[in-house]
Design a protein around this ligand. Structure first.
Ligand SMILES: Nc1ncnc2c1ncn2[C@@H]1O[C@H](COP(=O)(O)OP(=O)(O)OP(=O)(O)O)[C@@H](O)[C@H]1O
Length: 232
């Protein structure tokens, strides 16, 4: 579904991704794990077209997309929920979702299906999004990406700063989406969350995927965490 091969990314003259490679298939959750500054967010931003790429390729269903401008990529079916949510805080919940709908001219059923996943947002459609709680804002950012009816969803630390009940809601939504056949690429630092949600784990170090494995391998050998992430 999504395939990144040997991708380089530059910030000025420094190379922040150095031959990054990963694949995410339909109906699976791939989790990126790594130390601060390893290149996880840059990987997601590069897929969305927000980073200056050099050598390498990004393919969606076999089609090369790395030369496409950023605004064209969501229309191909890639939803992105950035770190920090980036909502239009002056607009209402409904207006934020409508922006997602119009980006890809999604049929109205997509909005209904999305709201069915987030009853809390359904109750707050008229509320200005800047007044939502942190957890509700995360739900809205995720729901807005889902309004594109994406095949692939990129989520950057969606549970950061949330209370346990909200974390559980986000996890349940991610697992529902996976079971619907979406391909999900997730940056997640909390090990318990990774173990409960990932199918495969990709350890990122120095702008590169150093190791990729099924989540069971991480469960069986927690020393991998100290090796690649410096915890555990
Ligand atoms: N706009 C930028 N200008 C210069 N350097 C950048 C820029 N964005 C990222 N970098 C650098 O690229 C490297 C990778 O950063 P990135 O945000 O991808 O790391 P990360 O793995 O997501 O880390 P964290 O867990 O801290 O969010 C870091 O060294 C960072 O300082």
């Amino acid at each position: 579904m999504l395939e990144v091969s040997n991708l380089d990314v530059y910030h000025g003259s420094s190379k922040t991704l150095q031959g990054m490679s990963l694949t995410v298939e339909k109906g699976e959750v791939l989790c990126l794990l790594g130390r601060n500054g390893a290149g996880k967010t840059t990987t997601l931003r590069a897929i969305m077209g927000f980073a200056k790429t050099g050598a390498g390729s990004i393919r969606l269903d076999g089609t090369e997309i790395s030369a496409l401008p950023a605004h064209e990529r969501p229309r191909l079916g890639i939803g992105y929920v950035p770190q920090g949510r980036r909502l239009f805080s002056e607009l209402t919940v409904r207006e934020n979702l409508e922006i997602g709908m119009t980006t890809r001219r999604s049929p109205p059923r997509v909005l209904d299906e999305t709201l069915a996943l987030f009853p809390r947002l359904q109750e707050r459609l008229g509320q200005v999004s800047g007044t939502l709680s942190g957890g509700e804002q995360q739900m809205l950012a995720t729901a807005r990406a889902l309004c594109l009816d994406p095949k692939v969803i990129l989520l950057d630390e969606p549970t950061e700063g949330l209370m346990p009940s909200m974390i559980a809601t986000i996890r349940d939504v991610v697992l529902t989406l996976r079971n619907q056949g979406k391909a999900i690429l997730l940056v997640e630092q909390r090990v318990e969350a990774v173990l409960s949600i990932a199918d495969r784990v990709c350890f990122v170090e120095n702008g590169k995927a150093q190791a990729v494995m099924p989540v069971e391998a991480l469960r069986a050998d927690p020393s991998l965490l100290s090796r690649y992430v410096g915890v555990g």
